[in-house]
Design a protein around this ligand. Structure first.
Ligand SMILES: Cc1cc2nc3c(=O)[nH]c(=O)nc-3n(C[C@H](O)[C@H](O)[C@H](O)COP(=O)(O)OP(=O)(O)OC[C@H]3O[C@@H](n4cnc5c(N)ncnc54)[C@H](O)[C@@H]3O)c2cc1C
Length: 439
């Protein structure tokens, strides 16, 4: 009897990779893509795996999280990363691609595969049978409504208002101090104190900074509670100081006085390796975030693990809805992949598509789905999005802060530790590959 096909909704970065993984395991795929009949606000072609903005898949270095993630994907036989490598353009240590040739190559490979049937149609209902929803941050409204019917409206978000996250080791602890307002509760926050001249210079630079060209949100649709910091700054010199930068109830131990303003940092993970700039969602470009936010006292050498953003982004509440195998908790044969799961970025989307594809195929074959190892970047991402605090869940990039710290008998420099973490991650993925091949 012919095997039941896996239906994949969306031939973007995640869906294209997922389709390849299923088909390479000798199972039929129905790949549904609504373009060109229905376009999204960002896509311009009918090609699969279209890069909607930058043509960079970020660094190839093994001391960068994206370098490790891409290498894991190469080991696991990713079609998308292979096409990216084949159509790379010179970009130093980054993997940047000729976007058309890259997307054309992915499209041709999928069209040529005998087990993949491509349907150019908008899907408006959740399919029965094995399926992967990979419809991306710009999921069509009709499908979004069907997802709401499945998950409940409070579990599907339409906008991202992300604050930057910095690494714990890049914070200057001589300057920041740990305290909660009025000393209530545990001292959970790190406070970056400003005096008045520092604050005024910072405010001026916030107003002067360049904002991203892809500002695809309407400020009137954002909640007052998640306005970009530069919008608050534009309301007047005291806007931020009476808002997210209010210093009330805080005393700087170095001066014994209340600072003129503060930026509060809140731990983003249990290990305390990543710290979120509270209330600093922003549309500043990435270089401007580096320039302006490094003016914050204590963050002069900040390493940004995730940049702030405000943009349209459809994503589900993964901590309540997904398992680390990318299956839904409610229906074992229904998986999600890509940006709609709450991973953020091109390579992260490819990664979740790859694992979702492998797992959809395993489920059809009656095998247990894989949970990627905790020490791999793929495993750490899945673990993060499925165990994060469901209240206020926000998308996440690949970064070293997600990986468990390696056991070490002595203090290690950052570069040395990352090298070790990268080696461990790749070793674990090699083991997964070896086990997969045994079947
Ligand atoms: C404007 C914008 C700019 C971005 N810039 C960057 C960047 O520079 N770097 C970066 O790393 N990340 C960026 N991202 C984030 C993210 O990495 C990309 O959006 C990435 O393409 C996500 O991959 P995906 O496969 O989840 O979704 P997509 O690549 O968007 O693929 C989803 C596919 O599903 C299709 N689809 C949607 N609804 C339906 C339906 N009902 N039926 C059938 N098909 C459907 C769409 O047409 C699309 O082809 C950006 C996101 C946006 C919105």
């Amino acid at each position: 009897m012919a095997e039941q096909p896996v239906t994949i909704i969306g031939a973007g970065l995640a869906g294209a990779e997922a389709a390849w993984q299923v088909a390479q395991r000798d199972l039929p795929v129905v790949l549904c893509e609504m373009r060109p009949h229905v376009m999204t606000p960002a896509h311009e072609t009918d090609l699969f795996a279209e890069l909607v903005c930058s043509n960079s898949l970020k660094s190839n270095r093994m001391t960068s999280a994206h370098g490790v993630l891409k290498q894991e994907l190469r080991l696991l036989g990713s079609l998308v990363i292979r096409c990216a490598d084949e159509h790379a353009v010179p970009a130093g240590q980054a993997l940047a691609v000729d976007r058309n040739r890259f997307a054309e190559a992915v499209t041709e490979h999928l069209h040529a595969h005998p087990l993949i049937e491509v349907r150019r149609e908008e899907v408006t209902t959740i399919p029965d049978g094995p399926a992967i929803i990979a419809s991306g941050p710009l999921t069509s409204p009709a499908l979004a409504a069907a997802i709401v019917a499945l998950t409940g409206s409070e579990r599907l978000y339409f906008y991202d208002a992300l604050s930057p996250i910095v690494s714990a080791e890049s914070i200057d602890y001589e300057v920041v101090f740990r305290q909660s307002r009025y000393d209530r509760g545990d001292a959970d926050y790190l406070n970056c104190p400003f005096d008045r001249p520092q604050y005024e210079r910072f405010h001026e630079e916030l107003l002067n900074a360049d904002i991203t060209l892809h500002k695809d949100y309407d400020a009137s649709e954002l909640f007052e509670g998640c306005l970009p910091i530069e919008v608050i700054a534009a309301r007047g010199i005291d806007g931020p100081r009476f808002g997210p930068m209010k210093p009330r109830g805080l005393t700087d131990p170095r001066t014994g006085r209340r600072p003129w303003a503060v930026v509060q940092l809140r731990a983003e993970n249990r290990a305390g390796t990543m710290w979120n700039l509270v209330g600093f969602q922003t549309s500043l470009t990435y270089p401007e975030q580096r320039r302006v936010f490094r003016m914050i006292p204590g963050l002069e050498h900040a390493e940004f693990l995730r940049y702030g953003a405000v943009h349209r982004n459809t994503y589900i509440n993964a901590p309540t809805l997904l398992r680390p195998t990318w299956q839904t908790r409610a229906r074992a044969d229904l998986l999600f992949a890509g940006q709609i799961t709450g991973v953020e970025g091109y390579v992260e989307s490819v990664g979740s598509g790859l694992v979702a594809g492998i797992n959809a195929a395993r489920l059809v074959r009656g095998l247990d789905p894989l949970v990627m190892p905790a020490h791999s970047m793929l495993g750490a991402l899945a673990e993060h999005i499925t165990t994060a605090d469901p209240d206020g869940f926000q998308p996440m990039n690949a970064n070293f802060g997600l990986l468990p710290r390696p056991h070490a008998t002595r203090r290690m420099k950052k570069a040395e530790r990352r090298k070790l973490q990268a080696e461990l991650a790749l070793r674990e993925i090699e083991r997964v590959v070896a086990r997969e091949l045994e079947r």
